[in-house]
Write a protein of this length. Structure first.
Length: 80
């Protein structure tokens, strides 16, 4: 931990991006579960829609994690 910052969050933008990525990742897991449920119940429309949401959410979460890493790297270069 750092002095004056009990949570260790000197990088609020990087933390916000990471939190968004985590939320999108959880959304992707829930959507894939709904996709599998729709597929097993022979509801192709539901399965297709949930599968598309799962893929978009997962790819978006990966992009958020990449942006978080770049933001942290940029902040470290600025501090150094």
């Amino acid at each position: 931990m750092r002095d004056g910052d009990p949570a260790g969050t000197k990088e609020p933008m990087a933390e916000a991006i990471g939190t968004t990525g985590l939320f999108l990742n959880v959304t992707a897991v829930i959507a894939i579960a709904v996709c599998l449920a729709g597929w097993t119940s022979s509801d192709a429309t539901l399965a297709l829609l949930a599968g598309a949401i799962a893929v978009i959410s997962f790819v978006s979460s990966i992009l958020c994690f990449l942006a978080q890493a770049e933001e942290r790297e940029r902040q470290q270069v600025t501090v150094s």
